[in-house]
Design a protein around this ligand. Structure first.
Ligand code: EPZ
Length: 423
């Protein structure tokens, strides 16, 4: 098993280039199955979730040619089956997008119940509601979800809860349906807009993505014959913005979309940081101890839940007592127990955590409990005095490309070490 060994404290300084967005890529890759043709996808992040998805698409009959480690050509004219391999789909959450595309393309789909980060209950009732509204019959048995429909017919769908995944799955199922589908109370994340842009480039007719009402006029088929570049990763960019603040450093974050980061910028200014917007890059610097703050996670354009742990590291050493409210997930504070091992003073209770700011952290062995908690613990190890050993880093490799190289290029003393397990 690999671990990261980090020595601190370091003020992170320099430039970092943001990769393509994980949560856009894991929607765009299955969406390619809706195309009866060939297309190219660029700026894919070189991460394990993308590699896993490509393997699943090949299992289903797609032909994938790797042009570079970040670009593929995918031929989806001949799909051989509609049952996604259980042992693969159970490894991550986004595999459930295969339901929307296989239902949309073939009228039948069978996918293992999704895996993914342990953030508490992760129901899929809104996904099922969307599929049934479009005319599908959905069953869940033996750890699998099966969906069937003679023909999907456009309709109006009102989401009872703002859900990224359910919004995406509803769009995927509606693209080739007969007639028009309207999704009300839709999620507005940048990766939803990116998916809609990809599908429209390939011949779909989707309007309103990025607002809370998305309209999809069903088309007969998607032709493909186009190239699409995945949007820069809002969450990776936000991770490095908060790393600059936590380390009292100065980082130029290149290849990002600053307006996707407005909420993080506002919070950084509030706690005493500096942010300069250059259109396709953003510079964040911090030369003092952050002020305390109250932060509440919300669907986009609110403060992203996927930056909550990274903000927690900033608040752990802020001046005074801060509060974090997690309104999306029921259990996303496991990382605070790891930070407390490093000398933080955090009390997590249900969906809130209180941070009594300490002057500094001390290096310690810690464990990544999910993808974003892992990234937060890298930041913590960078600012802590002494050595931090970070285990379970396979979580981090799911969503961050070349993470230790990017931190090392900013001055961090960080090494990936392969632990020989004594048998
Ligand atoms: C996506 O998860 C992201 N994953 C998550 O990022 C992110 O935390 C989340 O959106 C919120 O932004 C991917 O895009 C692959 P939701 P998703 O459906 O789609 C409830 C990361 O670190 N809900 O928007 O699973 C749900 O329980 C990952 O990159 C229902 O009740 O999240 C939650 O409370 C972690 N019924 C809320 O909605 C449903 O049918 C939002 O979940 C679906 C969701």
């Amino acid at each position: 098993m690999d671990k990261l060994v980090i020595h601190g404290p370091t003020k992170l300084k320099g430039e970092v280039t943001i990769s393509g967005a994980k949560n856009a890529a894991v929607a765009i890759l299955p969406a390619a199955l809706l195309i009866n043709g060939v297309c190219r996808i660029e700026n894919l992040p070189n991460i394990s979730d993308v590699k896993m998805y490509c393997k699943i698409l090949q299992e289903l009959g797609a032909k994938i040619t790797w042009i570079t480690e970040n670009e593929i050509e995918i031929d989806t004219r001949d799909l051989s089956c509609t049952q996604a391999p259980l042992e693969m789909t159970s490894k991550f959450r986004a595999s459930y997008y295969l339901l929307g595309v296989l239902l949309g393309r073939c009228g039948t789909a069978e996918v293992g119940l999704p895996g993914g980060c342990n953030l508490g209950a992760r129901p899929i009732d809104q996904h099922i509601k969307a599929f049934e509204a479009l005319g599908a019959k959905v069953d869940i048995a033996q750890g699998k979800i099966t969906a069937k429909a003679k023909k999907l017919v456009g309709t109006s769908i009102y989401m009872d809860i703002v859900s990224v995944g359910a919004t995406i799955n509803a769009v995927l199922a509606a693209v080739l349906a007969d007639g028009t589908t309207t999704i009300d109370n839709a999620a507005k994340e940048p990766h939803i807009v990116d998916l809609a842009n990809f599908l429209n480039t390939m011949g779909a007719d989707i309007r309103g993505a990025g607002t809370d009402v998305i309209k999809i006029n069903g088309v007969k088929e998607l032709r493909g014959n186009a190239t699409y570049s995945v949007v820069p990763d809002q969450i990776e960019a936000g991770t490095f913005m908060l790393a600059a603040v936590a380390s009292r450093g100065n980082i130029l974050i290149k290849n990002c979309i600053p307006e996707h980061l407005d909420c993080i910028t506002a919070k950084i200014l509030e706690i005493g940081g500096t942010v300069e917007d250059y259109g396709d890059s953003i510079r964040v610097s911090m030369n003092k101890r952050p002020n305390k703050a109250t932060v509440k996670t919300l669907p986009y354009p609110g403060f992203p839940t996927d930056l909550q742990p990274q903000m927690g590291v900033v608040l752990a050493t802020a001046d005074g007592t801060s509060t974090l409210h997690e309104s999306i997930w029921e259990s996303r504070f496991q990382y605070t127990f790891e930070l407390n091992k490093m000398g933080a003073k955090i009390t997590a209770q249900g969906k809130s955590a209180v941070f009594e700011g300490v002057k500094e952290l001390t290096g310690s062995p810690v464990y990544a409990t999910d993808l974003r908690a892992g990234a937060a613990l890298i930041i913590a190890g960078t600012i802590a005095n002494g050595e931090t050993q970070l285990y379970n880093i396979e979580h981090i490799d799911r969503g961050y490309e070349n993470i230790e190289e990017k931190f090392r290029n900013l001055g961090a003393n960080i090494q990936r070490v392969t632990e020989q397990i004594e048998m």
